[in-house]
Design a protein around this ligand. Structure first.
Ligand SMILES: [Zn+2]
Length: 166
């Protein structure tokens, strides 16, 4: 799959901490939830916060949100949902055919400009030690289905810390 030339998804430290906690807490099933933040004029996604949601299937190979759970986030964070995430606890480091169908349906048919994160396992002690409190970027894949180029992989970046040392 091609990596999109320009678009980026930028994750805050807070978002990476919540992601690590969630996928590890629910490591026997696919953890899932929504990404909250904003998009910019260049088509990049800036994820500030992550909101875990129940996987109504409680499955290690499938996830689905309850519509009312998604609606509740939309009501408490209007306009802030910019994407979704789910985990592959079995370690599959790619979008499954189901994932690809969902990406196409939501991004194209429904015209919802979400970015999709997949966090792939294994979620074991070694990951926790390597992670040091926040999810390593190397465990994250990002996708978006564009109308022209089709499904593209998106570069994942950590939010820069702009604090100046005086
Ligand atoms: Zn998947």
């Amino acid at each position: 799959m091609t990596i999109h030339q320009n678009a980026r998804v930028v994750l805050s430290m807070d978002a990476r901490k919540t992601l690590l906690h969630d996928i590890y807490q629910r490591r026997s099933i696919e953890a899932c939830g929504v990404l909250l933040g904003s998009t910019d004029a260049d088509g990049n996604w800036h994820v500030q916060q992550v909101q875990p949601l129940p996987n109504t299937f409680n499955s290690a190979v499938y996830f689905e949100f309850a519509p009312e759970d998604l609606l509740e986030v939309e009501l408490t964070h209007p306009g802030e949902i910019i994407g979704v995430y789910h985990s592959h606890p079995g370690g599959f480091a790619s979008a499954s055919s189901t994932d690809r169908e969902n990406m196409q349906r939501v991004n194209q048919q429904q015209q919802i400009p979400w970015v999709w994160l997949i966090i792939y396992g294994p979620f074991n002690e070694a990951l926790l030690q390597r992670a040091d409190g926040s999810l390593p970027l190397a465990s994250i894949l990002a996708y978006h289905h564009y109308s022209q180029e089709g499904l593209q992989q998106i570069t994942v970046q950590a939010e820069q810390n702009f604090r100046t040392e005086l």
